[in-house]
Design a protein around this ligand. Structure first.
Ligand SMILES: [Cu+2]
Length: 194
């Protein structure tokens, strides 16, 4: 179990009832029933992203919702070649093919370096690598502590939004600022929903 997971669990335990809400979200990443999470964080919006590759083909969907002390990102990938890939929240909500550099760097409201294995890291947008199986699918579930959906100094849906980016390579969890994760295979803008 890596450190980010442990800290997320400790934080969830410290917040008591949020554990159940997290479990429900992980069991049903695409469900619209976000009532439990919404209750813990007032009327802050839920945001959804559709990841598409440079040709516009759908590669996955993700949801970011307020939960406890932060934001929980869940998602599912589909129609991706088997392998292990980096996936990050990037700082700008713009996905312009073919290279998706429009999404900017990793979401990094605290001005840290990249990677959970970097002593000066990580970025808030650093997510664990995902492993896609023979069925072309994978799931994503990560709690990001100390951030908000809207408002404050670390809001996902700030003036220029945010995007979820799937890379062509593996994140080494330490090389600043990219994790040496290669090109950008697919990108999805987080759009506020109900
Ligand atoms: Cu990235």
């Amino acid at each position: 179990m890596d450190k980010s997971v442990i800290t997320a669990i400790v934080a969830a335990l410290a917040l008591g009832g949020t554990v159940n809400a997290c479990s429900a979200a992980m069991d049903a990443p695409a469900a619209s029933g976000s009532g439990q999470a919404a209750m813990t964080a007032g009327s802050a919006p839920v945001a959804q992203a559709e990841l598409r590759d440079k040709d516009g083909a759908l590669k996955g969907r993700a949801t970011a919702r307020p939960m406890g002390d932060g934001v929980h990102v869940t998602g599912s990938l589909e129609n991706v070649a088997p392998g292990t890939y980096a996936i990050h929240v990037h700082t700008t909500g713009m996905c312009t093919p073919p290279d998706f550099t429009s999404a900017g760097s990793h979401w990094n409201p605290e001005g840290k370096q990249h990677g959970k294995e970097n002593p000066a890291g990580p970025h808030k947008g650093d997510l664990p690598n995902v492993t896609v199986g023979a069925d072309g699918r994978a799931t994503v579930s990560q709690h990001i502590m100390g951030v908000t959906m809207t408002g404050g100094d670390a809001a996902l849906l700030d003036g220029d939004g945010a995007a979820l980016v799937l890379h062509a390579g593996v994140d080494d969890y330490k090389t600043d600022p990219t994790g040496n994760a290669g090109g950008r295979m697919a990108c999805g803008v987080f759009k506020a929903g109900l």
